[in-house]
Structures are given as structure tokens and as C-alpha cells.
Design a protein around this ligand. Structure first.
Ligand code: NAD
Ligand code: IPM
Ligand code: MN
Length: 362
């Protein structure tokens, strides 16, 4: 197979974890006899500095003529005081919207060697395997009317707006995912307060009729945030509004031991997708070789699975991650008992060794 990939490293640790993911991808593609063309493009702060805008037209063109996008992270203190339209984050929101990537899948899985790296009790996190399905192109992030300040500067507006169709397609996606997993769906909202949540709940109930084998529960977001820590093993698929999903996924990352572990896939109805770790640009550790590349590397595995249907290749990457952790290697963000802390580059070397020595290799 020949694939065309758009590569958007972004800011902070974005380029460091991207370098790791590309090295791993090249290894696995080479081992399995596939070809890839990588085209780099600017986004976020890097794009503001070079092109004067967080999402240059050229970047969108490159993405449109690619089969999938890999994205590192955007943002950093350098641009934190820029006006809204010139913030790195605007570039990320813009590309999600422009490419129609409404469904953001954020898998959260406990890794056996990392059980003692979580501040949660071992028996709470053991066997956790859940996916947060975050609506990504509507809700509070894309209000209509859009965010603005009143004329005297003392009034602000952020709107949580959804159309029926926007809610239907994300709920449908979540049911489909639950059906091929453990058939449990938690639809998370704030229906005791928000009208948008009441419509969300109605649609979830209507859609449930088409999936009688999926067990649905409706949960309020505040109590869900508590349940995620108290009893994360109860969850299979969680579907929720854009901002609720943003917050819950960072919280859920604690189960794995580090935010640096979580991958994500941003999808639409065809095979096109953007693959990005859940974490940000981590300015506090950028440029020091300390970044955990596994969230980005696992995002590349999701790309092989969802955009290209390359299940064996995706599984090979996931197994290499398991094996390297099993050997005790990790980056400093993971508080693994007796762990061997190595740099981003060294951990990537270990992944590549595993991939090249794997018995499953063709
Ligand atoms: P962050 O995710 O960048 O960092 C939070 C903490 O987690 C930091 O202590 C950081 O060092 C650590 N961390 C994150 N990823 C790590 C990794 N891979 N390896 C090791 N440690 C890791 O969140 P923040 O500090 O709140 O935000 C920093 C910037 O990133 C902001 O500008 C924010 O807007 C942006 N951001 C971007 C994205 C994205 O591009 N998808 C996501 C979240 C935040
Ligand atoms: C994420 C990030 C982004 C979001 C920011 C950087 C706009 O936090 O991908 O989780 O809130 O969606
Ligand atoms: Mn986030």
C-alpha cells in the first residue's frame, strides 16, 4: 500500500514526539512492505511565526490531498497573549472543523507495567479499557453566535450550540463502537441544567432503539468525573460534548499513569482522519528530550487501523509499546517503580528494536 500523509508537528514537544512516531511508522511500513510519502506542514505557533496565521491555506491544501494527518501539539507561552484569531489553538480548532473531523476517539487503557505509576489504587485501574468519544466540531468550542465581548468589555458570550444532525452522527458513531466492543455506552451530559444536553439525551434514547444489544446509561458530567476515578472499570464507551470530552479525557489519563500515554483519532464518516496525542505542547519540558512519545506513537497505530485498515501493522506498534514498558523502559513523566528512565529518542530506539525483532514480523 502507498499512503500520502500530512505531518503537522506544531509546537513545544510536538516536533519531538512526531519525530518518534515517524521513525516508528517508517520501521513498521518498511517491515510490512508499504510505502508512504510524508509532507510536512505548518500549524499553530510555528505557523504564526512563519506565515502570520495559525492555519495557513497551504497547510489545508496539503491535508486535503493526503490520506490522513498526523498532528503533534500546538500552543505555548510565546503566543498566550495573542488576540483570539492569532492563537495557535485556533489553528487546531480550524483544521478539525475544515476537515469535518467530528468524532474524536480517545482510548484509555491500563498497561500492566504501569499499574504502579498511577496515583490510583492498583485494583481500581487494573483491566481498565475504555474509549471516550468526544464530539469535536460543535458545542461550546464552536458557538453560534461565536465567542465575543460586549461593547464595554464587561460582558462575554460563549454559546453551546448543536444541531440535531450534529448530535445524531456522534451518538451513532458511539453506538457503532460500543457494538463492536463490550456493548456498554455511557452518554454523558448535563441534562439537569442545559437544554443542549436535554436534546442530546433525547437523541441518545431514540438511537438506542436501533441498538437493543447495547446497554445505555445516561450520566451527568459532574458525577461521571467522580466515577472515572472511583470506579473506572465500569466504563466501556463514553460519548459526550466537545468540552466535557476534553476535560474528562485529561482526567482519565491519570489511570494510565501519564497524559503522555493517550492517543486519539479524529474521524468523519469516510476513512480520512487526523491522529494526535491527547496531551499538549508541554512547554515545561520542551526541547529537553523528556517527552513521552507513546501517545503520538499510538496515534500513528490508530491511523494505520482506521484510515488504512492495516490491523496487523497497528497491532505490531501496540505490541512494541507493551513490550518496551514490560522491559521497564519509560520517560520521566511515568513514575514507574524501578523504571529505567530514558530519553524520547532512546525510548523510540527501543520501540524500533522490538519491531525489528518481533516474531510476528512477516
Ligand atoms: P500539556 O498537556 O501540554 O501539559 C500538561 C502537563 O503534562 C505538563 O506538566 C507536561 O509536561 C505534561 N505532559 C504533557 N504531555 C507530555 C508528554 N508527552 N510527555 C511528558 N509529559 C507530558 O497541557 P498544558 O500545559 O495545559 O498546555 C500547554 C499548551 O499546550 C497550551 O498552549 C495548550 O493550549 C496546548 N495544548 C495543546 C493541545 C493540542 O495541541 N492537542 C492539547 C492540550 C493543550
Ligand atoms: C485537546 C486540546 C485542545 C482542545 C486545545 C489545545 C484547543 O486541549 O486536543 O484536548 O481543547 O481541544
Ligand atoms: Mn485537551
Amino acid at each position: 500500500m502507498k499512503m500520502k500523509l500530512a505531518v503537522l508537528p506544531g509546537d513545544g514537544i510536538g516536533p519531538e514526539v512526531m519525530d518518534a512516531a515517524i521513525r516508528v511508522l517508517k520501521t513498521v511500513l518498511d517491515n510490512y512492505g508499504h510505502e508512504a510519502v510524508f509532507e510536512n506542514a505548518l500549524i499553530g505557533g510555528a505557523a504564526i511565526d512563519e506565515a502570520g496565521t495559525p492555519l495557513p491555506e497551504e497547510t489545508l491544501d496539503i491535508c486535503r490531498r493526503s490520506d490522513a494527518i498526523l498532528l503533534g501539539a500546538v500552543g505555548g507561552p510565546k503566543w498566550d497573549h495573542n488576540p483570539a484569531s492569532l492563537r495557535p489553538e485556533k489553528g487546531l480548532l480550524g483544521i478539525r472543523k475544515e476537515m469535518g473531523l467530528f468524532a474524536n476517539l480517545r482510548p484509555v487503557k491500563a498497561y500492566a507495567p504501569l499499574l504502579n505509576a498511577s496515583p490510583l489504587k492498583r485494583e481500581r485501574v487494573e483491566n481498565v479499557d475504555l474509549v471516550i468519544v468526544r464530539e469535536l466540531t460543535g458545542g461550546l468550542y464552536f458557538g453560534r453566535p461565536s465567542e465575543r465581548r460586549g461593547p464595554d468589555g464587561n460582558e462575554v458570550i460563549d454559546t453551546l450550540a448543536y444541531t440535531r444532525e450534529e448530535i445524531e452522527r456522534i451518538i451513532e458513531k458511539a453506538f457503532q463502537l460500543a457494538q463492536i466492543r463490550r456493548k456498554k455506552l455511557a452518554s454523558v451530559d448535563k441534562a439537569n441544567v442545559l437544554e443542549s444536553s436535554r436534546m442530546w439525551r433525547e437523541i441518545a434514547e431514540e438511537t438506542a432503539k436501533k441498538y437493543p444489544d447495547v446497554e445505555v446509561s445516561h450520566m451527568l458530567v459532574d458525577s461521571t468525573s467522580m466515577q472515572l476515578i472511583a470506579n473506572p472499570g465500569q466504563f466501556d464507551v463514553i460519548v459526550t460534548e466537545n468540552m466535557f470530552g476534553d476535560i474528562l479525557s485529561d482526567e482519565a489519563s491519570v489511570i494510565t499513569g501519564s497524559l503522555g500515554m493517550l492517543p486519539s483519532a479524529s474521524l468523519r464518516s469516510d476513512r480520512f482522519g487526523m491522529y494526535e496525542p491527547v496531551h499538549g505542547s508541554a512547554p515545561d519540558i520542551a526541547g529537553q528530550g523528556k517527552a513521552n512519545p507513546l501517545g503520538m506513537v499510538l496515534s500513528a497505530a490508530l491511523m494505520l487501523r482506521y484510515s488504512f485498515g492495516l490491523e496487523k501493522e497497528a497491532a505490531a506498534i501496540e505490541k512494541a509499546v507493551d513490550d518496551v514498558l514490560q522491559d521497564g523502559y519509560c520517560t520521566g513523566d511515568l513514575q514507574v517503580k524501578n523504571g529505567k528512565v530514558v530519553s524520547t529518542h532512546e525510548l523510540t530506539d527501543k520501540l524500533i528494536e522490538k519491531l525489528n525483532n518481533s516474531e510476528a514480523r512477516p
